[in-house]
Design a protein around this ligand. Structure first.
Ligand code: MF3
Ligand code: CO
Ligand code: CO
Length: 313
């Protein structure tokens, strides 16, 4: 289509033409963006009390999504650099015999040294500065006395807040040399993130991301966790939209420039089902199989995506 993007989503089938950054032109006979169900001409057209012509306003009103501007993106990127440096520090210290609480100490001290604050600490009662999830732990592992053993896999998920902005990233590391199962689940989780991110561009939908991940992971004989999803991030730890790692092509919210969200597929070697332990945080695979995860914070750009927590996949 010339002169703009065709943004269509779900049942609404609204056509919005993107003329320039964040500005829309809505036809007189299109459904009114205020959500009334009336035609635009019968509703908000001509009313200057509602900024219906502004996509930024539409996404906020319809979905609760706060688009990020240039200064916000620069700030999230700076938080992202802290996240990546923290993961590098952890990686260079990981060894058999280390307790998961030793990782928490490293993350807390380094984050503070960088002038940032660890978002997980006291978040909804979470007691530590980082999630450390070993083997069958899917996510939200609480650092403690568990000792890392040769052959373990361990996901380390960090979210520094720098100057009020959040960046969220995780990697799964090997402890010593991995066995065949460990190698496989880590490779599939990493490729799942790569394929999910590859779907990010204006005009694609949230569902395209989940579809790409689910199709790939299940073809490898693995499964996708459904109870935890990616999420908008930047101004807060968890913002709209939700980003499922399963789904159908073309479903869900249409992606537009300025959206920032995580993609963070949790992939199990066995079945997808989970249990939550007594601590009310730790999610483990119901069948005890290995689970791995990688996460980055992704910006939707004019012609695709940019990672604000970039590392090689
Ligand atoms: N970092 C996790 C995520 O990717 C959320 C952890 S919540 C916490 O969304 F409280 F456990 F830290
Ligand atoms: Co996240
Ligand atoms: Co995270």
């Amino acid at each position: 289509m010339r002169g703009g993007l065709d943004l269509r989503s779900g049942k609404g089938r609204r056509k919005i033409v993107l003329r320039e950054k964040n500005i829309t032109k809505i036809g007189r006979n299109d459904p009114c963006p205020c959500g009334s169900g009336l035609k635009y001409k019968k509703c908000c057209l001509g009313k200057d009390n509602i900024k219906v012509n502004n996509l930024e306003e539409v996404y906020l009103r319809k979905y609760g999504i706060r688009l990020k501007r240039k200064k916000d993106i620069e700030a999230i990127k700076r938080a992202g650099i802290v996240a990546l440096k923290t993961l590098d520090l952890v990686e260079s210290n990981i060894r058999p015999g280390m307790a998961t609480k030793d990782i928490d100490r490293l993350v807390y001290d380094f984050t503070i040294e960088q002038g940032a604050v660890p978002a997980p600490l006291n978040y909804k009662g979470f007691p530590k500065s980082v999630c450390v999830s070993v083997n069958e732990v899917i996510c939200h592992g609480i650092p403690g006395d568990r000792l890392l053993q040769e052959g373990d896999i361990v996901n380390v998920d960090v979210t520094p807040i720098l100057n009020g902005y959040y960046a969220d990233a995780s990697k799964t590391f090997f402890v010593g040399s991995p066995g065949e199962d460990a190698r496989k689940i880590v490779a599939v989780a990493k490729e799942s993130l790569k394929r999910g991110i590859a779907q990010v561009r204006p005009g694609n939908t949230i569902g395209d991301i989940g579809w790409a991940i689910q199709t790939y992971a299940e073809a490898q004989g693995c499964s996708v966790v459904r109870e935890f999803v990616g999420h908008g991030v930047g101004f807060k730890f968890h913002e709209p939209p939700q980003v499922p790692h399963y789904g159908r092509k073309g479903e869900g919210i249409v992606l537009i420039p300025g959206m920032v969200f995580t993609v963070e597929p949790m992939i199990n070697l066995g079945q997808r089902h989970l249990k939550i332990l007594e601590d009310n945080w730790t999610a483990v695979t119901a069948d005890g199989s290995l689970s791995a995860q990688f996460e980055q914070t992704i910006l939707v750009t004019k012609d695709g995506w940019e990672s604000l927590t970039p590392y090689e996949l």
